[in-house]
Write a protein that binds this ligand. Structure first.
Ligand SMILES: [Zn+2]
Length: 333
């Protein structure tokens, strides 16, 4: 999640410091869950992927740094191992592009994987998350102080979901619509990765976008729940909830409307073009003490609940991926 609306840089973000419950409660797996979803989405896999992305040797995954490139290469290897195809005319899983910074131009890339749809290959369902984060804190060198913005929640948690979902759908091998998996860079700097990606596709072909941001801590409603930004702008959320019938997982409308979250992540570019593009999150934006601090580490996250959320996202997408439901479009701005 970027700090502000790209168009409202001065938007203040109040962060209340308070302790965060790390209690792990056993995941509530519904009967349909256990039938439909097998090994690719599992706690051990969540831990393995997340600990790789949020490790100190990724150096905070900042655009244009060694750590940023290392993260992109890791995601690329995971996409290849999952057996995903490359996107269109790209010669690798990476889409290189440049960010024009105030002082210099930064070369970075999105990582994109693809599974062609069986019967409706031109209709795209996008799953996305951003792998870039804030790098290493300036100053305090040599003090022994932790300076690495590991970004375990923001947004290694979303990329962990993305990689598991890619493996899940590749293994199922039954998607009627095509699925695009995108790990964006350039998000924290202002949504540049999703802007670059949007140039590769015709928004009219995109049926839905599931952008996943900060799902590592339980939501304000507790376990087995998450919220969807821009909930009322399409019937995307209602469709997701319908697909979860029989489970106790609950998607809620974004409760932090004053924070403008709908406009502060990578769904915003395609949403502005009419795509039902929403962000799924559990982040308590009024009470997430490690948000954008060097303490956003894997030890602060609840991997059991997070894995249950990833399973719920997979289940909730069922009728969209199969072509049985199509969310309404978002009114263009
Ligand atoms: Zn962020």
């Amino acid at each position: 999640m970027s700090l502000s609306h790209p168009l409202l840089y001065a938007l203040p973000l109040s962060l209340l410091l308070s302790s965060c419950s790390l209690d792990s409660v056993k995941p509530d797996i519904s009967p349909s869950d256990s039938v439909a979803i097998t090994s690719p989405i599992a706690i051990a896999s969540t831990k393995q992927i997340l600990s790789t992305l949020a490790a100190d040797d990724m150096q905070g995954r900042q655009d244009g740094t060694v750590g940023g490139k290392k993260a992109a290469q890791y995601i690329e290897r995971e996409f290849a191992a999952a057996g995903l195809s490359q996107w269109g005319a790209l010669s690798s899983y990476q889409q290189a592009y440049e960010i024009e910074g105030p002082e210099d131009t930064i070369a970075t890339s999105n990582v994109i994987g693809f599974i062609a749809g069986k019967s409706r290959p031109d209709e795209l369902v996008i799953f996305s998350a951003h792998y870039d984060h804030l790098g290493v804190e300036d100053g305090a060198e040599g003090t022994g102080k932790d300076r690495i913005y590991n970004g375990a929640n923001d947004d290694a948690s979303g990329v962990t979901a993305l990689i598991q979902l890619a493996k899940y759908y590749q293994q199922r091998n039954d998607n009627e619509r095509s699925i695009v998996f995108v790990a964006f860079s350039g998000e924290e700097a202002g949504g540049f990765g999703s802007q670059a990606f949007s140039k590769l596709i015709d928004p009219d072909n995109v049926v839905a976008m599931f952008n996943i941001e900060m799902i590592g801590t339980p939501s304000k409603w507790g376990n087995d729940s998450a919220y969807i930004t821009g909930y009322d702008k399409s019937d995307f959320g209602a469709i997701l909830q319908q697909n979860l019938q029989g489970s106790n997982f609950q998607f809620h409308p974004d409760p932090y409307l004053d924070k403008d979250l709908f406009y502060r992540s990578d769904n915003a570019t395609l949403a502005a073009q009419g795509v039902p593009a929403h962000t799924i999150s559990t982040s308590k934006m009024d009470n997430e003490p490690y948000y954008h601090t060097v303490a956003d580490e894997i030890a602060t996250l609840d991997l059991v609940n997070m894995t249950a959320i990833i399973k719920a996202i997979a289940l909730s997408a069922t009728s969209i991926v199969s072509g049985d439901s199509t969310p309404t479009r978002i009114a263009q701005q």
